[in-house]
Design a protein around this ligand. Structure first.
Ligand code: ATP
Ligand code: ATP
Ligand code: MG
Ligand code: MG
Ligand code: MG
Ligand code: MG
Length: 269
């Protein structure tokens, strides 16, 4: 306030670097689990995809979207999540460090807070950490290409991991042998190995594994039963009440093609 006296030490604030994100650009924060290769091993993650871990990641991302301001879409796969702030957000005067640290710390505390809801009998053995970065995209096209890049990465890794773990778990190859077997193979080769050796049609693998998870805001009807107080003759009776709330809803759809953006034009408004 105006009455607050400034101390002679106040000048040190001028050493803070300006990290304002360029006006009107999309601000993306991506976080990624620190050394989750090890974390997955220590917590007995199912290979290639532990669905508990993926659902926990998404719960944390929903918490980030609901607790913080101005996030319009998020995309997650493996141990990473990306959050996109609306172009004209002025949250914390667009300071990159504020965006990044609030996202990552909210996510990390949620990961620990909600762990038991997803991992029930698997104790959390040590506190996980996440790194974060901020990237600013100047146009709708660069933002869409950014998200396409992450989904393409999900596809490439998941196809590889699906074949790799089939070779290890079903054919008894060692990890080194499986890696050598896959050296230099193309997408078509991997699909062929899955189909001919394991009778797996890759396109029938779960969408969450193949596409990752998109979180967007959608109106959801919440049905709940409410205790009715008045009038007296209805005392103790229960009433069904429906109210509409806007929630961060998970989808496992393609975001590389135009269809998704045509269906949800409000995201890029
Ligand atoms: P860094 O600290 O550099 O990110 P990292 O070990 O986390 O190191 P990543 O490239 O981020 O390396 O890869 C994450 C790893 O975590 C994957 O390779 C995989 O082994 C594991 N992992 C993450 N999520 C899951 C999951 N849902 N199911 C199975 N394994 C997972
Ligand atoms: P912001 O998100 O802007 O940081 P804030 O409410 O955290 O908002 P701060 O200026 O960081 O504001 O002040 C932290 C506040 O937290 C203090 O004003 C005080 O009310 C409370 N607080 C923090 N630590 C303690 C503590 N150990 N004992 C009592 N109150 C505390
Ligand atoms: Mg990495
Ligand atoms: Mg990682
Ligand atoms: Mg990763
Ligand atoms: Mg504070």
């Amino acid at each position: 306030g105006a009455a607050m006296a400034k101390s002679k030490f106040e000048y040190v604030r001028d050493f803070e670097a300006d990290d304002t994100c360029l006006a009107h650009c999309w601000v993306v924060v991506r976080l990624d689990g620190r050394n989750f290769h090890r974390f997955a091993e220590k917590h007995n993650f199912t290979k290639p995809n532990d669905s508990r871990a993926l659902h926990l990641m998404t719960k944390c991302a929903q918490t980030v979207m609901e607790e913080l301001e101005d996030i319009v879409i998020a995309y997650g796969q493996s141990d990473e999540y990306s959050f996109v702030f609306k172009r004209k957000s002025n949250w914390f005067k667009r300071r990159a460090s504020k965006f990044m640290t609030h996202v990552v710390s909210q996510f990390a505390s949620s990961y620990v807070f909600y762990w038991r809801d997803y991992f029930e009998d698997q104790p959390l053995r040590y506190p996980p950490g996440f790194d974060g970065r901020v990237v600013v995209y100047p146009s709708n096209q660069t933002l869409k290409d950014y998200l396409s890049w992450r989904q393409a990465d999900c596809h490439i890794n998941n196809l590889y991991n699906t074949v790799f773990w089939a070779l290890v778990q079903q054919s008894g190859l060692t990890p080194i042998q499986a890696q050598e077997r896959l050296q230099g193979t193309l997408t078509a080769d991997k699909n062929e190995i899955l189909f001919s050796e394991f009778n797996i049609n890759y396109n029938n693998e779960p969408l969450m594994y193949r596409k990752g998870t998109v979180l967007i805001w959608q109106k959801v009807d919440e049905v709940m039963t409410k205790e009715v107080r008045l009038p007296a003759e209805m005392e103790g009776k229960k009433m069904v009440v429906t109210r509409t709330r806007t929630k961060a809803v998970p989808l496992h759809c393609d975001i590389i093609g135009d269809a998704f953006w045509k269906e949800h034009p409000e995201i890029l408004d």
